[in-house]
Design a protein around this ligand. Sequence first.
Ligand code: ADP
Ligand code: GLC
Length: 499
Amino acid sequence: MNSSYDICFVASEMYPFSKTGGLADVIGILPLTLHNLGYKVCVITPLYGRLATSEFSPHLAYEDINVGYPWPEISADVYRASYYGLPVYFIDRGEYFDRRYYYNTHKGDYFDNCERFIFFCRAAMALMKKMGSPPKIVHSHDWHAALVNSFIHYNKRHDSFWADTSTMFTIHNLAFQGRFSVRLFWDSGLPYEAWTMNGVEYYDSFNLLKGGITHADLVTTVSPSYAREILTTEFGCGLEGILKTRSTDLTGILNGADYSVWNPANDKYLEENYSLDNPQGKIVCKKNLIEILRLPPRLMDRPILGFIGRLRSQKGIDLLLEIIPDLVDKDVGVVVLGEGGAEYEAQLLNMVELYPHHISGVVGYTEEMAHKIQAGADIFLMPSRYEPCGLTQMYSLRYGTPPIATAVGGLKDTIVPFPDEKSTGFIFENPTSSNLFRTLEDALVLFKDKEEWKKLQTRGMKADFSWNRSAEMYIKAYQSLGYQQIDDTKDPKIVSDVI
Ligand code: ADP
Ligand code: GLC
C-alpha cells in the first residue's frame, strides 16, 4: 500500500482511542482539523491493549515491519483506522502496549518505559518509510515521541529519504522528560555523537525530551505564556538553559477546545443539554450531579465547586484539600474527580468521610463524570502551580462554569480576570491556599449577585477557542519550515474563511 502524507503526527495518546490527559484531546482534534482543511495528515500512535472505543475498527495495514537496530528480530504490526476520514496508524506490539495502564501502575513507572518508547519511535520511523514518499513535516509530541526528532536529525546524513523532511516538536508538559540511564542510550540506536549536552545527554542521564528540543527544526509549546515561562529557572524544569539556545525557534501556540465533544448544547453525557439561548438545562445538570453523587438536595441553592484533574501538585489539589474545612464553613459543595498521587487520593477520601454533606470525591478516570461536573458545577477550580495550557478551564467557560485559576501559563492566556467588563473568571497570583480561598470569597460574593454572575457566565460561554484558529498558527509554523501545500484539492483560503 502506498499512502503518503505531508504531515505525520507522532504521539502516544489520541482521544478517543487512548487518553490520560490533555495531550490526547489535542491529538484527537488538531490533525483532524488539518485534515478537514484539506491537508494530507496522518497520526501514528501506539495500539494500547484496550482501545478506549470500539468504534472506527482498526484493520491490519502492515505486518511485521522491522524496526531495525538494536533489535533486528523485533518487528511491529501496524493497524489503520479512519477517524472521520483522518488516517490513524496504530503501532502494535503486545508485550509493550497491551497493559492495564499506559505508563505506570500505582507502584510507579513501568520499568521498561524507555525501551517501549524507543520501540515506538523506531517503529514510527520504519512505518513512515514503508508508506511511500517522505513526509514533509513530522510533528511529534512530548517525551514519548521526542526521539523521532533525533533519529531524523542523524538519519538525514546518510539516508536521502529524510533529506527534505522537517521536524516540529511540541512540548505539552516540560516536567515529564523521559529521563533514563545511560545504558539505555546504547539501545536507542542513536550515534555516539548524540551523547552530548547539545544532544540527549543531561547530567549523565539519557533525556528523551531534551533530544526533541535540541534536534527538532522548530519547537512549540501549548500557550504563549508557557513559552516564555519555560525560559526561566522557576518553570524550566532544568531545561531552561537548552531552551534558551533554541529561543528563536520556540513559539507558543494556544490549544483550542474541541466543541464537537465539549459543548453543553450537544454533550451526549448530560441529563439535559443547554446553551446560552436555552440555559435551563444547566439547573437540571446540577440536580443530576447532586443526585448521582448523593449530596444533599439542599445544595441546589448553594454554589458547587468542581475540580477535574490529575491529583498531583501541578494541579494544586493540595491547596484545595487544605481549605476544605473553610469551604464547609461557607456551606458550599465541592466535587472532585481525579486520580494520581496515592496520598492525595487518601486525603480526598478522608475529607469525603469527614464532610459527606458537602464534599464528594470520585477517584478514578471517567469521561462521563468529567462532562457531568463541567455542566453541574457552578464554579470550576484550577489552582495549578504551572499549566502549559490547560483545557478543562476552556471547557468550563463553555459550560457556564466560571473558572478560578492561578496566573500561570495557558490559564492566564484564556481567562479574562474579574473585575473587568470583559471578565470570564477569577485569577490569582501565587498558588497558596489562602490566595485560593480569598479569590473564592470574591467569587462567592459575585455569585450572590445573580445578574452580574449571569453576565460573567455569558461572556465565558461566548469565548471561542475553536481549533481552526490554532490550526492556522500551526500551518504558519509548518510554512516557516518551507512547507507548501502542493496538492491542494481545496483552496487554502478556506483556512481564513472559517476563522
Ligand atoms: P492535563 O493534560 O495537564 O491533565 P488538561 O486540562 O490539558 O490537563 O486536560 C485534562 C483532560 O483530561 C481533560 O479532557 C479532562 O476532562 C481530562 N481528565 C482529567 N482527569 C480526569 C479524570 N479523572 N477523569 C476523566 N477525565 C479526566
Ligand atoms: C499537558 C499540560 C496541559 C495541556 C495539555 C495539552 O498535559 O499539562 O496544560 O493543556 O498537555 O496540551
